[in-house]
Design a protein around this ligand. Structure first.
Ligand code: ATP
Ligand code: MG
Length: 252
């Protein structure tokens, strides 16, 4: 469904020095799976999502979505087929919840009535009471509510693929746990291909079918929770698992 084929992505820093944010990055995200990208800050997680949505262009290699090289496809139809929740959520502060969620429908030229009906449906899916929230502004929402609104917005055109960049990062543990349940429930109804970035291994184990651990722009290991636990590819994987174990007080 999403295939990264031998991707290299180089950036230049301000002094002109080139470095690889991603190198030898080959990954096949299967249709219908929830796949988590995890790894230390700066390891290339956001960059890999941005490549799928063509916000970045690979220095070398290809990204295929649904078997098609996205570099050859129409950029707008590629983006319409992919829902994207960016790391900072990206809600427009001067627009209400309903305007934010319905934005893509409006850009697609839907009638007002159709957009309104879709917004109500999406808010219900995101477990938000439309009568209470549709006229609120993002600044009037809690972190968890804002997160649900950005998810609802990403789903507006019913894209088969969703990219989520640390969507649950800013939530307290109790809210996060509830949002995880809502998310799993939503996925069971919708059947999407999901590529989700997180820092939190516990979250990855809870939500993902498979996990890819990155370090310094390279894939260290891809597998299920038991693959990582039982056959860690190297010491970095072991250290990552045990560091997270201590960070969560032994709960993961
Ligand atoms: N436009 C850019 N120009 C130069 N360097 C960049 C650019 N975008 C990202 N980088 C660098 O590429 C590397 C990977 O960045 P990326 O945003 O993918 O990391 P990340 O894994 O998402 O980190 P975090 O967990 O902190 O969000 C970092 O070293 C970052 O500084
Ligand atoms: Mg990031």
């Amino acid at each position: 469904m999403i295939e990264f084929q031998d991707i290299q992505k180089s950036f230049r820093d301000r002094s002109g020095r080139e470095f690889d944010a991603l190198a030898q990055f080959t990954l096949h995200v299967r249709s219908g799976e929830t796949h988590c990208l995890i790894g230390p800050s700066g390891c290339g997680k956001t960059t890999s999502l941005r490549l799928v949505n063509r916000l970045e262009t690979p220095t070398r290699g290809k990204v295929l979505v649904d078997g098609k090289d996205i570099a050859q496809a129409d950029i707008y139809s590629t983006r319409r087929s992919i829902g994207y929740v960016i790391q900072s959520r990206g809600l427009f502060p001067h627009m209400t919840v309903a305007q934010n969620v319905g934005l893509l429908c409006e850009l697609e030229g839907w009638t007002r009535a159709a957009t309104r009906a879709r917004v109500d449906e999406l808010l219900a899916l995101a477990n938000l009471d439309a009568s209470r929230f549709r006229h609120q502004y993002p600044g009037e929402l809690s972190g968890g509510e804002a997160q649900r609104v950005s998810l609802a917005r990403a789903l507006a055109l019913d894209p088969p693929t969703i990219l989520l960049d640390e969507p649950f990062g800013a939530l307290d543990p109790i809210t996060r746990s509830q949002v995880h349940l809502d998310f799993l429930e939503m996925l069971s109804q919708l059947k999407k291909t999901v590529l989700l970035v997180t820092h939190d291994l516990h979250e990855a184990f809870r939500l993902a079918d498979r996990i890819t651990l990155l370090n310094e722009g390279r894939i260290v290991q891809t597998g299920t929770e038991s693959d990582l636990r039982e056959t860690p590819a190297n010491e970095f994987v072991e250290q990552f698992l045990s560091a997270q174990h201590y960070a969560t007080g032994g709960k993961s």
